[in-house]
Design a protein around this ligand. Structure first.
Ligand SMILES: [Zn+2]
Length: 95
């Protein structure tokens, strides 16, 4: 009985490992954080052109999976964008 249960669990695990043919997870290139890779990159909330890279056309802050920013720098980006919105450099929303 115990062996049968164990086998069933193992089979399920094997099934999950076969998922690598799934096209959704294929050819994922590792994104590098723009702020980590460039040492001279200084995030400035007064620089609208720079912050526009981290905001979509609706004015929303892009997620980490899109920008590739690391957790630390995504936090910096978020505060910078919010500060820029407060001083009306970036829009809160568009359209
Ligand atoms: Zn980073």
């Amino acid at each position: 009985m115990a062996d049968k249960k164990q086998n069933k669990r193992n089979n399920n695990n094997n099934k999950n490992y076969d998922d690598d043919y799934n096209p959704r997870f294929r050819k994922q290139r590792k994104k590098v954080c723009a702020l980590c890779s460039d040492k001279n990159f200084v995030l400035d909330y007064k620089n609208a052109e720079q912050l526009k890279k981290f905001v979509n056309d609706k004015g929303k802050i892009l997620p980490r999976r899109t920008t590739g920013a690391c957790a630390k720098h995504q936090r910096d980006i978020t505060t910078a964008v919010k500060r820029a919105r407060h001083i009306a450099i970036l829009p809160y929303a568009q359209n």
